[in-house]
Design a protein around this ligand. Structure first.
Ligand code: ADP
Ligand code: MG
Length: 449
């Protein structure tokens, strides 16, 4: 590889440095990004992706860290305040997950703002900003304010702003999470174009396996460390497929008919609950989950086993995470009885009306969703849930409908929300359908709260 445009060397980073609450966020990170490369930083939520890209982009300054981050020949951690200000505006363009637009400025002024900081004359700023907006199909919105735009449009303005001053490197921090599928496709295509047409270096941060397809390299992060780097396209495809499999028991069953339904159920449920964890951790979790499902251990014991250190025969999850997963497991178990009843009824009479159950399931999967849901969206959700219950659509089909733009007949939820709702639905469906493991879970109804 020619000398890399980004070289991170032995980077450590702490929050609350030298305070009693000190926690490391990054531990001995070493990585290279070549000029013109498209690299994905992949890892579960909380693993340090944002911390890392904010350090590379000079947004977080380095006094709480050690090591080197050399970008285009200069060590970002050593730049003076003045040098850093220029680097931020011209060295790297950052696309933020939450768009980060300034509400009191028009679209045009938001895009022109980074040029103001480096002294581009007003006329040129306006022309440039117009050109960039045109490239994103947003020129007619130049005079509007961010709050007058849809999420997808705001994200495009965010991308336009990242392109101001023509930086050679573009970093996108989870740019897809707040978008519906159509807008997410646009953004992915555009990132690829920035690499292929413009010859820019692109870094995309994501925790969604399907979105890595265009990358030349994937750097996997976990608990603040790089655990793996992948450059082989075939391997990459396989990783994405495996992740998809973990979430789609139907497909799994087709591909691996020799695996018992009970095993599939445990694997899928474990994968849903522990996305992003290692094979060993998941194996151990699966074991405890089965104990919990069959009523051999109670909810409190289950939680303490999740939290207990790995070397002490536990799963070794962080306390907060252990609590969250234990609560979710109990939550799912509480819906199990109803699901079993529905499946029994549908088995006897496939045309049985299930609207009441569908509505109750809908409310259950939406329980942690705080956004608004209108009547049309509710009706479309009902239809999709009924489709899953009756088996007329698969997991993928459910997600497509929920994520599809409303103008196209979908529910129009973001990818993040879609994933969350689909996870909740699939986990109860799985338990409700696990008829063949009746023995294993027979005592469940007595032990469930
Ligand atoms: P990701 O982007 O992968 O979700 P982050 O970089 O946001 O991860 O966070 C990494 C870790 O650092 C997490 O455990 C998070 O709780 C912690 N963290 C992030 N920001 C702060 C902060 N400002 N103060 C203290 N801890 C933080
Ligand atoms: Mg983040």
């Amino acid at each position: 590889m020619a000398s890399p445009i980004i070289n991170v060397d032995h980077l450590d980073f702490y929050y609350d440095y030298k305070l009693p609450t000190e926690t490391y966020a990054l531990k001995d990170i070493n990585l290279q990004v070549a000029q013109g490369e498209y690299v994905v930083f992949f890892g579960p939520s909380g693993c340090g992706k944002t911390t890392l890209v904010y350090l590379i982009g000079g947004i977080t300054t380095g006094k709480n860290g050690t090591g080197e981050i050399v970008v285009n020949g200069s060590d970002v951690l050593q730049l003076s305040r003045e040098e850093l200000a220029v680097f931020r505006q011209t060295g790297i363009g950052i696309i933020f997950q939450n768009f980060n637009l300034i509400p009191s400025l028009t679209v045009l002024d938001n895009v022109a703002l980074p040029m103001t900081f480096v002294g581009v004359p007003q006329e040129k700023r306006r022309t440039e900003a117009h050109n960039i907006l045109a490239r994103l199909g947003m020129e007619t919105y130049a005079a509007r304010y961010p709050t007058e735009l849809s999420g997808g449009q705001q994200q495009r303005v965010g991308i336009a702003r990242a392109l101001a001053n023509n930086p050679p490197i573009i970093i996108a921090d989870e740019p897809l999470g707040n978008l519906d599928s159509e807008n997410a496709e646009h953004v992915l295509k555009f990132l690829k174009e920035l690499q292929e047409k413009d010859g820019r270096t692109v870094i995309m941060v994501t925790h969604e396996a399907w979105s890595v397809r265009d990358a030349d390299k994937i750097i996997y992060l976990k608990d603040g460390a790089v655990i793996k780097t992948q450059t082989d396209g075939a391997l990459r495809k396989k990783a994405a497929e495996e992740e998809a499999l973990a979430l789609s028991p139907d497909l799994f069953r087709q591909l691996y008919p020799e695996v018992s339904p009970k095993e599939i159920m445990l694997k899928s449920l474990s994968n849903l609950l522990l996305r992003g964890f290692s094979v060993d951790e998941i194996k151990r979790f699966e074991f405890f989950l089965e104990e919990r499902l069959s009523g051999k251990i109670d909810a409190a014991t289950f939680e303490s086993l999740l939290d207990r250190p790995y070397h002490d025969e536990g799963v070794g999850l962080w306390k907060q995470r252990a609590q969250k997963i234990a609560t979710l497991t109990e939550d799912i178990l509480s819906e199990k009885k109803m699901l079993e009843d529905i499946y029994k009824e549908l088995e006897e009479n496939p045309a049985a009306p299930i609207l009441e159950e569908v509505s109750s399931l809908r409310e259950w999967i939406l329980r942690e969703y705080s956004g608004r849901v209108n009547d049309e969206q509710r009706a479309r959700l009902n239809e999709a849930i009924a489709g899953r219950l009756r088996g007329t659509i698969n997991t993928e089909g459910f997600r497509k409908t929920v994520n599809l733009a409303r103008s196209r007949g979908g529910v129009g939820f973001s990818i993040r929300t879609t994933q969350h709702l689909s996870d909740r639905l699939e986990s109860v469906l799985m338990l409700g359908r696990a008829g063949d493991m009746k023995d294993a879970i027979s005592s469940l109804s007595q032990s469930a709260p």
